[in-house]
Design a protein around this ligand. Sequence first.
Ligand code: Y43
Ligand code: MG
Length: 198
Amino acid sequence: MNETQPLVLASGNAGKLREFAELLAPLGYTVHPQADFDVPEVEETGLTFVENALLKAREAARISGLPALADDSGLAVEALQGAPGIYSARYAGEPKSDEANNRKLLEALADVPEGQRSARYWCVLVLLRHAEDPVPEIVQMSWEGEILAHPRGAGGFGYDPLFWVPESGLSAAELSAEEKNRLSHRGRALRQLVERLR
Ligand SMILES: O=c1nc[nH]c2c1ncn2[C@H]1C[C@H](O)[C@@H](COP(=O)(O)OP(=O)(O)OP(=O)(O)O)O1
Ligand SMILES: [Mg+2]
């Protein structure tokens, strides 16, 4: 794909859209949020991140007529056998709320001591060149961390105030936008995807 080709971002998440805009702007892509084409939120009925990302990308490509990039992501906590995982966005039920999700996570880990609170973010990116693309580009990337006992920081989105980044000595919400994009599951997945398109 050449760099002047427009791309629809198959997400309604403002935090993701901001990060993708930051990551893709210097690479020359023209990105349009799916809201510009009135793409509705699709039901995430898959049992894997990749299935859900495919559902989102296909719907956005179908309605917009553009190549579509979707991100299905989430937090997998070892002490919770990988929960909330693909259910991360709706962990505390509907309507989706980062604050309620974070509160529920802290409650679930209330009795889990420091040292046993390992977790990883997953980001699965799917790029469909068109709605019926039979050969999607797929990248799956993780980011290792630990779940804090109390929220720290005001940046990022989602579970970032509870996600401790050992390599930085900060929570993900305390990282600058540039630093999070450099280290994160999403930043590294996107750079790998873009490499493949070159
Ligand atoms: O870097 C991150 N920093 C903090 N939290 C994160 C991150 N990456 C994923 N997450 C959490 C947010 C949400 O609870 C779930 C994604 O759920 P996911 O369905 O992929 O996104 P969503 O429903 O918010 O928007 P959409 O599906 O329209 O892209 O994982
Ligand atoms: Mg979602």
